[in-house]
Design a protein around this ligand. Sequence first.
Ligand code: B12
Length: 380
Amino acid sequence: MRYLQELEMIAVERGCAGLGATHAGEFSGLAVTLRDRLDSGAAGKLRFTYKDPERAADVRNSYPWAQSLLVASWPYMPGSGGPGPSAAGSGRIARFATQNHYSGLRAALEAVAAQLEADGYRAAVLIDDERLVDRAAAVRAGVGWHGKSSMVLDPKYGPWLLLGSVVTDAALHSGIPMTRDCGKCDACIPACPTGAIVAPGILDASLCIAHWTQVAGIIPRRFRMAMGDRLYGCDECLDACPPGHRVMASDPHVMGRVDLVELLATDDETLLRRYEHLYIPRNNPRFVRRNALVALGNSAAAAEAAGRVASVDLERIVGVLAGFLGDPDELYRIHAGWALGRIGGRVAAALLRARLVDEAAPEVVHELEHALGACAGGRD
Ligand code: B12
């Protein structure tokens, strides 16, 4: 117990909210849960822990010597502020990604691992890894409880926590899971714009906006309007969570606002450097630009509807979208076309009509026709 307290001190001194321990045995029922979600489509398109459910459900499959898991939570609020007011041409990044919040957690866990190694034990740091379901480990180690949003919460920081573990062959006392739960509160469930929390504690990733900002390919049309001005991630269920409100209110900083027009003019190398802390599918910046096109259309349409955009700014935005409408990359033509349809008006309609004359790709034609219809009738 004393040894665990010493290790917790190392983590807390480096900024962790807490460190708990649990045995390294299998998480019962987890492999079946992962398989069920894969089979039903609720895992969405991201793989990570779903790549090999049996492996992710028992860390000893990856580390046969493992005896214990030391699990830390990292409060990234205060320190991530909020996105501030929206404006035409401005997008937002979810708070967990406004900067590399994982680096502090990693440094803390590496210090814990170094101490274990200095004391003759084996140790490996696992954060956001395919080989461990971080939330299952955190709950069993007593560092938080499973919220109805599926986030792990603690009483002080609510859901504004990142999680990570050290696997070790030291046999450390197991933590006691928190007895707290969300009680009658279910504020997160109606707060989700796409109904992704399908039952208390169960997220259907295929309906989650954060998921669609992080996968490759075309964003299905029915999620594009719901994305709003989000460039990456989504915080709606976290924002709505009462245990997190105090810490949110204590952070006045405006962070995570992005100039979408500037982003769309930025070269690949610069974008990859700027967002190296984000998970970008195939490390390909075209997926960041795809998100930016959707967010640009939404932000301009919302500002126009509210009478908050100067015509010169709107013209500039329409001009940027028109440029992508002629791009060789179909992905850009599809999302730029949609964004023009979202903004609507005579100029957007004329641009879409002109593009349709030259467009040969059937999927793009279909999207552009839909966008033209939206210009006329306000469809999404
Ligand atoms: C894939 C993934 C995603 C996917 C799918 C998320 C999901 N729910 O599975 C997407 C892209 C949607 C996503 C989104 C986000 N993610 Co993510 N993601 C992951 C990743 C890589 C794997 C998650 C996983 O294995 N899920 C498998 C399923 C089975 O686990 P689960 O959903 O937690 O399921 C548990 C509950 O359903 C619970 N349960 C079952 N029945 C019931 C019943 C009740 C009543 C209750 C209360 C609970 C409950 O038991 C299950 C097993 O523990 C982890 C990192 C990792 N290696 O673990 C990060 C991780 C979960 N993500 C994280 C974050 C920060 C986010 C976002 C907040 C980012 C953002 N702002 O956009 C959102 C939150 C959306 C949400 N409400 O979950 C953090 C969560 C920290 C925390 N405090 O919980 C993690 C742990 C990363 C990290 N190392 O910190 N993520």
